[in-house]
Design a protein around this ligand. Structure first.
Ligand code: TXA
Ligand code: MG
Length: 323
């Protein structure tokens, strides 16, 4: 069971790494320093801890997050690593490089981390406190930058507290970040720069002896250039109808609140629980639809507040017409 929402945010320092790790293992949200920017961490296997990250940031959409690992064993436990990925990891980890890799089947990873995609972004940070923390947690930690949505990324613990004090459980203070810009994100199949960042792409090109392609043009001309918005997001095969009071005969119902539904995001209308269940629910409905030979999913109304905005954003994308 998750603790009550935090009243204060614990301010931890280097000698409190064990405390920070204990909080993360218990499902709390803890900000921590990396060499790029401060991340807002949650145990990557814990749906509610990951949903808590989105809630604390007030993020209006569920972009996939980076899973931070302490060592290569942790990498292999969540992703499939080919020779090229292995080579990049050997050359540049720990450091400001994130690799987008195929998700390992059966990995202990919340689908909210990968936004339901078949790939996962992984990085091994170089900051000594981040390394000590991840080793103590002994499991991958999901973390976007530790700032409220729409604000700039924090490079000191004070920045983190300015934006998120009272909304997260703790911040581990490691002083100012050395790199100060987010990690470089590299897609591997095909080889593609998804975000320019702390590791110059020239260094990657020098290692591999090939040119790294810039991101493909956005699928929609108006799409922002953020990688999470360029990447395709998980959508069920069945067509979705939002804001439905009830399901028609040829539809399954994805419920929210006290309704009789085929799958219910949260019978008690708890948005944190609903967010934690979202991607798993869509997969479950696809299976059910295939079983029952149905092609449509009706979705209960979900309030457009707090995490509800992110849930509705994903549902609207999933409901949008597609080829
Ligand atoms: O330096 C950093 O990378 C910092 C520190 C905390 O590690 N983290 C960070 O996370 O910048 P965030 O969430 O702000 O950025 C992660 C980016 C998102 O834009 C997301 O779309 C992209 O990585 N991403 C994550 N998983 C992906 C995937 N499977 N495919 C494509 N892009 C992905
Ligand atoms: Mg960010």
């Amino acid at each position: 069971k998750r603790r009550m929402p935090p009243l204060g945010t614990e301010h931890l320092t280097a000698r409190d790494v064990a405390r920070a790790a204990e909080l993360l293992r218990a499902g709390a949200n803890v900000a921590f320093p990396t060499e790029t920017v401060y991340g807002l961490g949650g145990l990557a296997s814990d749906d509610r801890a990951v949903a808590g990250i989105f809630a604390a940031k007030n993020r209006p959409s569920f972009n996939p997050l980076i899973a931070h690992v302490a060592d290569l064993d942790m990498l292999h436990s969540i992703a499939l690593v080919d020779a090229q990925a292995e080579r990049l990891a050997q050359a540049f980890w720990p450091g400001p490089l994130t690799l987008v890799l195929p998700l390992r089947a059966g990995a202990a990873l919340s689908p909210l981390v990968s936004a339901g995609l078949a790939t996962v972004a992984v990085r091994m940070p170089a900051h000594p406190l981040a390394r000590a923390l991840l080793a103590a947690v002994a499991a991958p930690v999901a973390a976007p930058s530790a700032n409220p949505s729409g604000k700039i990324s924090p490079t000191t613990a004070a920045h983190v507290l300015d934006g998120l004090s009272g909304r997260i459980d703790a911040v581990l203070d490691g002083g100012p970040c050395g790199v100060g810009v987010e990690s470089t994100i590299l897609g591997l199949a095909p080889l593609q720069l998804l975000r320019a960042g702390g590791l110059p792409v020239e260094e990657i090109e020098a290692l591999l002896g090939t040119v790294v392609a810039a991101p493909a043009s956005p699928t929609t001309p108006s799409a922002p250039t953020a990688p999470g918005q360029l990447a395709s997001h998980y959508a069920p095969d069945a067509a979705m109808r939002l804001d439905a009071k009830e399901a028609q005969e040829d539809e399954l119902l994805l419920g929210f609140g006290a309704v009789a539904a085929d799958v219910n995001l949260s019978p008690s209308a708890d948005l944190l629980e609903a967010a934690a269940n979202l991607f798993a629910a869509m997969h479950q409905l696809d299976d059910l639809a295939a079983q029952k030979g149905l092609r449509k999913i009706a979705v209960s109304p979900i309030p457009e507040t707090g995490l509800g905005r992110a849930i509705n954003d994903r549902l609207r994308r999933a409901a949008a017409p597609r080829d």
